[in-house]
Design a protein around this ligand. Structure first.
Ligand code: SF4
Length: 379
């Protein structure tokens, strides 16, 4: 990425976070039909009232969507024909069509979905001993520019609608219905920066957590960010019981800036202050995702520096050994060095695990998901 493009991306982020008017004209985007899955129960009740219908119909519609998981409005047989027509006119029930469904030997299923406007996104179902976990995508592309991530190379194409994120889970659940299994966990770690599509992400969380929606417990949901500071404060103030992960990857400003250009917009010092605010406000721990990039951030000195940086924070560190990064010079950290890094953190009283190494791609906790690696993820 050239420097100008990079600067534009960071500027976009800062402006959005601070809600300043944009300086550059954006291309006109194609109109998307709103997904019915975007609506929280209260929003659906409101919409029904505004359209001359009874609010209780929202419960019936939710049952068709999330319990019976119908594929057309037509099947909602306890609704009047007029209401079904209104729903059809105003909302899309299907915004994703499955292009590829690939199943691996270990049960992992990778879905490639096509969106209404032709873009495609990836969703992955991972089978664990503790349940079935779905990793969802929140954006088409990404503008954060992490140097180890291919998802950002084409920039951000668009944010996903909340309903497009919900429908990823519904589609996976429909596949699991065939084998009488249930989606039990969600990780928001697919392509995109969820905090860059904050409102849609929040609606997604509310719909999947709603006991009349997909009824997935907050403690079974994890959201991961690259570190958009104002949104961390906002998220902390939501006071949710959702697991929170930060892609940290470096123990100091200089190195983080090199690996993750977002650090130029949000300094490490400010980021750590926001993390402290989060843990104090919620009483919950944070997971620090730390990719080990050979010769870059993986020495015992780095481990000591990291220990100092996160000292006193209620946290867990997830070390992610990186094997190969296309288009970059990052190389693999030798095994003994991975253990030395881990040992140093443990010696300093830090709770740490190493994600088991598989495949040759990087998995850096947000975006750049690779099914075969995720399937082997340790907790
Ligand atoms: S790692 Fe995540 S935040 Fe960073 S560029 Fe990739 S998708 Fe975006």
């Amino acid at each position: 990425m050239d420097q100008n493009k990079f600067n534009e991306r960071i500027q976009d982020l800062v402006e959005e976070a601070e809600q300043k008017p944009r300086r550059r004209e954006k291309k006109e985007k194609p109109q998307l039909k709103e997904s019915i899955y975007s609506l929280r129960l209260d929003q659906l009740q409101e919409w029904l009232k505004e359209n001359g219908e009874k609010a209780f119909r929202a419960g019936q519609i939710y049952e068709w969507l999330y319990e019976k998981r119908v594929k057309t409005f037509e099947e909602m047989s306890n609704l009047s024909k007029a209401l079904r027509e209104k729903l059809e006119e105003n909302f899309a029930l299907t915004t994703l069509s499955t292009i590829i469904k690939q199943e691996s030997k270990d049960g992992t299923i990778k879905f490639l979905f096509q969106l209404q406007d032709g873009y495609s996104i990836e969703t992955v179902l991972m089978r664990h001993d503790y349940g079935n976990s779905v990793c969802v995508t929140t954006q088409v592309g990404c503008r954060i520019g992490c140097t180890f991530c291919a998802s950002t190379l084409g920039g951000l194409k668009r944010h996903l609608l909340a309903g497009e994120i919900v429908e990823q889970v519904v589609k996976v659940q429909q596949a699991l219905d065939e084998v009488n299994e249930r989606v039990s966990h969600i990780v928001i770690m697919g392509i995109g920066e969820p905090f860059d599509n904050y409102d849609a992400m929040m609606n997604f969380l509310k719909v999947i957590n709603d006991d009349k929606g997909l009824n997935i417990g907050a403690r079974h949901i994890t959201v991961s960010t690259s570190g958009i500071v104002p949104k961390i404060y906002q998220f902390a103030d939501e006071q949710l019981q959702i697991n929170f992960a930060l892609s940290l990857h470096a123990p100091n400003q200089e190195l983080r800036q090199k690996l993750m250009p977002i650090a130029r917009a949000y300094k490490l010092e400010d980021l750590m202050e926001a993390i402290r605010y989060y843990t104090n406000k919620t009483g919950r721990r944070v997971s620090f995702e730390y990719g080990l990039f050979g010769g870059e951030n993986d020495s015992v000195e780095h481990a000591e520096e990291l220990s100092k940086l996160i000292k006193g924070i209620k946290c867990h560190v997830n070390l992610i050994p990186v094997n190969y990064v296309p288009e970059r010079d990052y190389v693999r950290t030798p095994r003994n060095q991975i253990f030395a890094f881990e040992k140093t953190l443990k010696k300093n009283g830090i709770n740490v695990t190493i994600r088991r190494e598989h495949g040759s791609d990087i998995d850096a906790a947000c975006g750049q998901l690779r099914a075969k690696e995720r399937a082997q993820e340790t907790r």
